[in-house]
Design a protein around this ligand. Structure first.
Ligand code: FES
Length: 282
C-alpha cells in the first residue's frame, strides 16, 4: 500500500476501522472477530471492528491512525489521547494511551449505497467509495422498526421507494429511485454475515430500472453465476479473499505459489503477511 495509491483501492483493502486484539484478551472480554468494539477513556469513545490476531501483544491493542471524522463516526485514535506535550520540545505524547475495551451491543448492521455523501447519525458508521457508489457500513442499537422511516427522512427528495421486510429473519431491504434511476439501496440484517457482498449493489447505483424490475434489485446480487471474490487482500491486483482461498484449496501452499497463480503479492508485496495468514488458517 502506498500513500499515492487510489483511495478506492485503499478502501477495498481495509474497508473499516479496526482494533487488533490478542486472542486471549478477546476471550477474556468475550469479543468475537469482526464484532464491533468500543474503546473508552476520559477523553473519548472510539468504535471499530475487532481483528483478533495472535501477533498482537497481550494486554495491548493496536488501532490505525488514518481514519478521520469524514470517513467514520468515532474512529479518530487521537481523540483518545490526552493532550500532553513535552515541556521543552513541544512534542506531543500521542503514541499510546490507556483505554477500556468492551464489546458493543449493536442490534443490527447495514450497508447503505448512495450516489453522494449524506449526513448520517447512527451509533457506528464508516464510509467507503465502491465503484460509482458511496457505501456506508452502519451498526446501531436502535429499534430496527424505525429504520425505513429514518432512511427515507435522510433522502427527503426521493418519493419513489420499494422495500421488503422479512419478519422471520429480521432482514430489511430498501431501494429509492429518481426518474427510474436507482440512487439509494440499503440492506439491513441482525447479523453481519447476513449482509450482501458490496460489489454488485454498488454497480447498480445510477442504473435505470423499469417499474417491473425494481424488486429484483433488492435481491442484492447478480442472478447469473458471477462469483464473489470476497474482501480485497491484494490491492495491487484486486485479488479477493475468496479467490485466494480457492487457490490454497487447489494446492497453492505458499505465497510464492499464490503469486504464480493469481499474481497477488508480486508487486509491492505488502499483502504477503495476509496471504501467509490465510494459508496458515486453512
Ligand atoms: S498489495 Fe501490492 S502486491 Fe499485493
Amino acid at each position: 500500500m502506498t500513500r499515492t495509491g487510489s483511495v478506492n483501492k485503499l478502501h477495498s483493502h481495509t474497508p473499516e476501522p479496526f482494533v487488533q486484539i490478542h486472542p486471549d484478551d478477546a476471550k477474556r472480554l468475550n469479543i468475537q472477530d469482526r464484532q464491533l468494539v468500543q474503546l473508552e477513556n476520559n477523553n473519548a469513545k472510539f468504535l471499530a471492528k475487532a481483528s483478533i490476531d495472535d501477533e498482537q501483544q497481550k494486554s495491548m491493542i493496536f488501532a490505525p491512525i488514518h481514519w478521520s471524522d469524514a470517513f467514520a463516526s468515532a474512529a479518530r485514535v487521537d481523540s483518545l489521547v490526552t493532550a500532553i506535550v513535552d515541556k521543552i520540545s513541544g512534542q506531543p505524547q500521542f503514541k499510546s494511551t490507556a483505554v477500556q475495551v468492551s464489546a458493543d451491543q449493536a442490534k443490527w448492521h447495514a450497508l447503505l449505497f448512495c450516489k453522494e455523501n449524506v449526513d448520517i447519525s447512527f451509533d457506528y458508521w464508516c464510509k467507503n467509495l465502491v465503484q460509482q457508489a458511496t457505501m456506508y457500513s452502519i451498526s446501531d442499537q436502535c429499534d430496527e422498526k424505525f429504520i425505513i422511516k429514518r432512511i427515507q427522512n435522510m433522502f427527503k427528495h426521493i418519493k419513489d421507494w420499494v422495500s421488503l421486510t422479512d419478519a422471520a429473519t429480521g432482514h430489511i431491504r430498501l431501494a429509492g429511485f429518481e426518474s427510474d434511476e436507482l440512487t439509494v439501496l440499503m440492506f439491513i440484517s441482525p447479523d453481519q454475515d447476513g449482509l450482501v457482498d458490496k460489489n454488485w449493489p454498488a454497480k447498480q447505483i445510477g442504473e435505470k430500472f423499469e417499474k417491473a424490475q425494481r424488486y429484483q434489485v433488492l435481491i442484492g446480487k447478480d442472478q447469473g453465476d458471477v462469483p464473489d471474490v470476497g474482501a480485497i487482500i491484494c490491492s495491487c491486483f484486486q485479488i479477493g479473499e475468496n479467490q485466494i482461498k480457492d487457490a490454497v484449496l487447489a494446492g497453492c501452499k505458499t505465497s510464492e505459489a499464490l503469486g504464480e497463480k493469481l499474481k497477488c503479492g508480486t508487486n509491492c508485496g505488502s499483502c504477503i503477511p495476509e496471504l501467509d495468514k490465510i494459508i496458515q488458517t486453512m
